[in-house]
Ligand binder design. Structure first.
Ligand SMILES: [Zn+2]
Length: 115
């Protein structure tokens, strides 16, 4: 076979030209692999972190839903852009929901005691 870039003869099945270093693979395929490998959606991570904080410090009535909403948008972006992080986003939504319910429960309990 011949190099796509410089036209020199190179061994059959080579991924890169030994002469000029140009990739011999399909450019589109290489780009797709790169996107799948590297990108993790930022909102998925942020949403999960907010939900976790909401669960840990129990001011969950605000942080839980905020974390779940950010996670939801992160999940949508993962699907649209084919990015990593949809599992993190789902976790963020679940934990955000639990944090919110825990917050409601704690508030109900404390108002019960104060009455
Ligand atoms: Zn070459």
């Amino acid at each position: 076979m011949y190099c796509r870039n410089c036209g020199k003869e190179i061994p059959d099945g080579s991924s890169f030209c030994p002469e000029c270093g140009a990739s011999q693979r399909d450019d589109v395929q290489v780009q797709n692999v790169r996107t799948v490998e590297s990108k993790t959606n930022t909102k998925s991570i942020v949403g999960l972190v907010i939900s976790l904080i909401g669960l840990l410090i129990f001011s969950s009535l605000i942080l839980g839903p905020v974390g779940a909403i950010v996670s939801y948008f992160g999940y949508k972006e993962c699907k649209e852009r084919n990015e990593n992080g949809s599992v993190l986003a789902i976790l963020g939504m679940i934990i955000g929901g639990i944090a919110f319910l825990a917050g409601l429960y704690i508030q109900a309990m404390s108002s019960y005691y104060y009455w």
